[in-house]
Design a protein around this ligand. Sequence first.
Ligand code: NAD
Length: 487
Amino acid sequence: MTIPLKLPPAKGVFINNTWQPAQAGKTVAMLAPATGQVFTSIAAGDAADIDRAVKAARHALEEGAWGRLTATERGRLLTKLSRLIEDHADELTLLEATDTGKPMKQARADAVALARYFEFYGGAADKVHGDTIPFLDGYLVSTLYEPLGVVGIIIPWNYPGQIFGRTAAAALAMGNACVIKPAEEACLVVLRVAELAAEAGFPEGALNIVPGLGEEAGAALSAHPGLDFLTFTGSPEVGVLVQTAAARNHIGCTLELGGKSPQIVFADADLDAAVTTVAAAIIQNAGQTCSAGSRVLIERPIWDRFLADLKLRFEKLTAGTPEMDLDLGPVISAGQKARIEKMLARAEAAGASIFARGKVAKDAPSEGFYVAPALYTQVDPKSELAQDEVFGPVLAAMPFDDEADAIRLANSTQFGLVAGVWSKDGSRALRVARKVRVGQMFVNGYGAGGGIELPFGGMKKSGHGREKGFEALYEFAAMKTLVVKHG
Ligand code: NAD
């Protein structure tokens, strides 16, 4: 398979199942991270396009066919879309690999996960039941789960397909109509799946996509008074803007933000298994994963041995193009690469030292945005490298003395997304798991983000609300209490 380095311009904004030019006629050039070259362009939608999309979604719910479908019918549509995504997995893999630069195997895994989101929520759509509640004599009380209405969804560039799947599939399964603002750096898979949704038979206006710049299309979507709910995945800084906009319109909002996720390795752990997983958890998607395992906390007696093993792994890690299909690809942009390099220079000035470094493949294009993986020691737990998200293939190693020290260090950042603990002492592993303040905790394993079935989300600066699993359906539902006095 050859990565298409040139594609025709994307077709515009997707509203009411048709491509329409963005009203202002503006576009955004798309760079392939692997080569640094422009390979296509997308429409730059703005406030006028967002307004049309929100109105189309409202119409679909209140007057169109979408609002009249039963939960079972919605589920069938989602399942059909899942099959179409599977049928187009090769094409979607190529698009995602070109757009984000990730290795083909990762892009394929993302296409498979995207199909699985629609399969999972297709099956779940008609299985969301309310309760009956004992109340006063002569009353029947029940709870109903209804759609929230028009949902605005803002997604980032790191996993365009997967994050589209986990948000849109759950929102649609619950009967909401969606307006999606994908990221300007990478979103071609999202645009293609919109066409597949129309092919699957989704009625007009159920799923609308307005690509464009964050400060234009994203800000316009967040502030639109026609929304009933917002969900945002991205940086903590923009998360504050989105939540503020949601508050002004008195609507709810889910925030899926960053992380500084720790893996805690006790001396009695299966060290071979731990070392493999610790390296994989920071390398996946070149470290550009909100749930990347970016800190490793190592019990002092095994500090030298574990680091020596990690060093061997790191020195073999190689970044290359999607087609080379190596351990990692480039990062998303020149700006992101420069940001990582500046952060590492500051870390070194603050006393951190590189303990091991991977490499960039010799024949990777020099204009691509490659960063060699790096393992740091001598990291002050209060320093920027220990506290802040690098969003690159950079692992910070720190020692700890005992269980209490490990828990204190794990909880010492502003984030709380995912963590892992490695120990053969089951009681200790569970004690630690209960005390680390995160939304998802792994024992003797780590699955950056986990599976489709597993509720996922943050605490503290990592955000709030839950996506994935059955739990996401409740986030996208309004509960109504129905009280009937029958005497
Ligand atoms: P970002 O916040 O810059 O962009 C995310 C999205 O928000 C994009 O679609 C962008 O166009 C839009 N946006 C930008 N400015 C906006 C504004 N003023 N108003 C409304 N929308 C705006 O984030 P990024 O750099 O693209 O993504 C990286 C961040 O996302 C990291 O911090 C990462 O941890 C986080 N992330 C979190 C999760 C999670 O599930 N917790 C998943 C993936 C990424």
